[in-house]
Design a protein around this ligand. Sequence first.
Ligand code: UT7
Length: 333
Amino acid sequence: MENNGKIRAIVTGVGMYVPDKILDNAFFEKIVDTNDEWIRTRTGIRERRMLENGATSDLATKAAEDLLKSKNMSADEIDVIIVATVTPNMFFPATACLVQDNIGAKNAWGFDLSAACSGFLFAFQTGCSLIESGKYKKVMVIGADKMTSITDYTDRNNCILFGDAGAAVLLEPTEDQNLGMQDSLLKIDGSGKEALNMKGGGSLNPPTHETVDNKLHYIFQDGKAVFKVAVKGMADISYEIMQKNKLTSEDISYLVPHQANLRIISATADRMGISQDKVMINIERYGNTTAATIPLCLVEYYRNGKIKKGDKLILSAFGAGYTWGAIYLVWAI
Ligand code: UT7
């Protein structure tokens, strides 16, 4: 166990938002050279959502409002707001500031965190550390991405993968050592920067007509290269956190994997010796929503009555950077 202090961080509330507009596989058959069968068998995706009007702050705000409403809680109570995203409304101010203003969290501070598909895990660990410090009592961790805003709809390799969503969890302290955040293994390796990135718009390639003409403001992904490292990275780290915490596959109630590709998810579950019925999956309905995939799974499974207090969960992700990691969490509500 990593945290031997008195305070542990537990999830005490959840919220989510997905836009109404659905892009099904038939939509992509009309705009690029692809077909439903290829998309389903290579990725597991049937449809994804698209936010037509608005930005990532709207996805995050609606998820935060859903959480507050379901807890019957005032935004004044929130101490910290962390938004994991790679599609912030703008470079600054941070999307966390926009969410703070939208929900009226007048006593909160906060910030955005950029770790792509591992963003929720990194933000979750950060939020838990703030709780464990004893200084903060209510930390809202949000994963939100409007991936359709950086997707090139002429690139069949990538456009079929991504969708928009936001989801949030509330972290609070407990002295019960058997609940909440138990352990994490988190990694970055910037040597993977060429395989998955968005090169335009930053200080390296400030916006010019040329950067736009060269499509540098869209996601670039070498899918095959990322696939190989993602399968190994996610499977290895998920297995490692089990070993480190002496967990058998029977001990684990659910694997909660980042939803990038059903084949990566299955490989991770296989490595851990976990059967498919103990793997949270909703990729078929939402595609890859980057920082939102893991909290979106948690919210849906919790609200469907599939997770209960005391359940041992392994959260696991791999994404651009490279970034990757796993978290061992005991569900507390
Ligand atoms: O979330 C962050 C991390 N990202 C990931 O984890 C994503 C990792 N990568 C993947 O999930 C997969 O690599 C993809 C789903 C992106 C691609 O699947 P793949 O099995 O690796 O396919 P591929 O790139 O090797 O392409 C196989 C074939 C190619 O044709 P040829 O060269 O064999 O003739 C592609 O051109 O499939 C073709 N192809 C398509 N065909 C129909 C690529 N995209 C499509 C498409 N529809 N949309």
